[in-house]
Write a protein that binds this ligand. Structure first.
Ligand code: GUN
Length: 297
C-alpha cells in the first residue's frame, strides 16, 4: 500500500484560483484598452437548492474576476415558449457574451431544446451540438465546461495523457461523452467508456491509469476497483441526507474517497475538485467568447 499524505490531492480549488488570477489580469488589460468587459448571463428556473448554490458560485466567480453578470430567475411554472423567448432575447443582446441555463429544468421543459436554442457563440457551457461536434475539429469552439476543466486540471498536475489508458465511467452528454472525445481526439489517450450496462465494471476500472467517474451514484467506486498508483477524478456530487450535519446533508462523490485515496497517486476531493474547475472553464469560455466578439467587430 502507498503511504499517502495530503500531497496526493488534485486540488481543483487551488488550480481554479490560479486560473481566476490569470483571467483577472486579462480582464484588467481589456478594461485598460477600453475594450469590452466580459458579461455572463445565467438563467435559473425554479427553486432547487443545489442549482441555486451552483449558480451563486458562478456569479461569485464572475465578481471575483471583474466580469459583468446578469442573473435571471424564473418560477418553475414558466412555459417552454417563454423560456425560449428569453434565450432569444439574450442571443440578440449585444452586451452579453455568454449564457448558461442551469440544468436540470422542470419536466415540462425540454433541456435539449433550450440548450440547443443558445447561440453557439454564447454557449459558454459548451452544450450545443455545434460546440460538441467541434471537439473533433481542428478549430474547436467553446469546450464543454466540465470535461475542459478536468483536462486542464490533469495538465496542470503534469499527468501524462498521450497514450495513457483512461477509463471513463458514465456516458452522459454533458460530461462522459465529451470527456471521451477530448481525451481520445485532442489528447491522444486510449479510452474505455463504461456505463450502466457495462458488465463487470471493476475489471475495466482496475486497468485505468486515469479513472474518471461521472455517474451520480455516490460511493460507486471502491478501493478494490482501482489500480495502485492510478489518477482518480470524481465528478459526482450528491447531497446525502444526514442528521449529523448542520445543513441536514453532506456532499458525497461517486468514489469512496477514504479507501481510494490509499491507492491513488492523485485524487480529486469532493467538494473542491472538479466543481471549481467547471466554474474556471466557464470563465475561460466567457473570456474567449468576448475576445472572439471583439475580433469580429
Ligand atoms: N447542472 C449541473 N451541472 C451543470 C453545468 O455545468 N451547467 C449547467 N448549465 N447546468 C448544470
Amino acid at each position: 500500500m502507498t503511504t499517502t499524505t495530503k500531497s496526493n490531492i488534485l486540488d481543483g480549488r487551488r488550480v481554479a484560483n490560479e486560473i481566476q488570477d490569470e483571467i483577472k489580469k486579462r480582464v484588467d488589460e481589456l478594461k485598460e484598452k477600453g475594450k469590452k468587459t466580459p458579461h455572463l448571463a445565467a438563467i435559473l428556473v425554479g427553486d432547487d437548492g443545489a442549482s441555486q448554490t451552483y449558480v451563486n458560485n458562478k456569479i461569485r466567480a464572475c465578481k471575483k474576476v471583474g466580469y459583468e453578470y446578469t442573473l435571471m430567475n424564473y418560477p418553475a411554472t414558466i412555459s417552454e415558449e417563454k423560456l425560449l423567448a428569453q434565450v432569444d432575447r439574450i442571443n440578440k443582446d449585444e452586451d452579453i457574451d455568454g449564457l448558461i441555463v442551469q440544468l436540470p429544468l422542470p419536466d415540462h421543459i425540454s433541456s435539449t431544446k433550450v440548450t440547443e436554442h443558445i447561440s453557439p457563440e454564447k454557449d459558454v457551457d459548451g452544450f450545443t451540438n455545434l460546440n460538441y461536434g467541434r471537439i473533433t475539429s481542428n478549430h474547436p469552439g467553446l469546450m464543454p465546461a466540465t470535461p475542459y476543466g478536468i483536462a486542464e486540471l490533469l495538465k496542470r498536475y503534469d499527468v501524462p495523457l498521450k497514450g495513457s489508458h483512461c477509463v471513463m465511467v458514465g456516458n452522459s452528454r454533458t460530461v462522459g461523452a465529451p470527456m471521451t472525445a477530448i481525451l481520445s481526439y485532442q489528447e491522444l489517450a486510449t479510452v474505455t467508456v463504461c456505463h450502466k450496462y457495462t458488465k463487470d465494471l471493476a475489471s475495466h476500472t482496475r486497468r485505468a491509469d486515469i479513472l474518471i467517474v461521472a455517474t451520480g451514484v455516490p460511493g460507486l467506486v471502491k478501493g478494490d476497483m482501482v489500480k495502485e498508483g492510478a489518477v482518480v477524478v470524481d465528478v459526482g456530487i450528491t447531497r446525502v441526507a444526514s442528521d449529523e450535519h448542520e445543513r441536514g446533508y453532506y456532499l458525497k462523490g461517486d468514489v469512496e474517497f477514504e479507501e481510494v485515496k490509499e491507492k491513488a497517486s492523485l485524487i480529486t476531493p469532493v467538494p473542491g475538485g472538479v466543481g471549481p474547475m467547471t466554474i474556471a472553464s466557464l470563465l475561460l469560455n466567457t473570456l474567449r467568447a468576448t475576445e472572439m466578439r471583439i475580433e469580429r467587430q
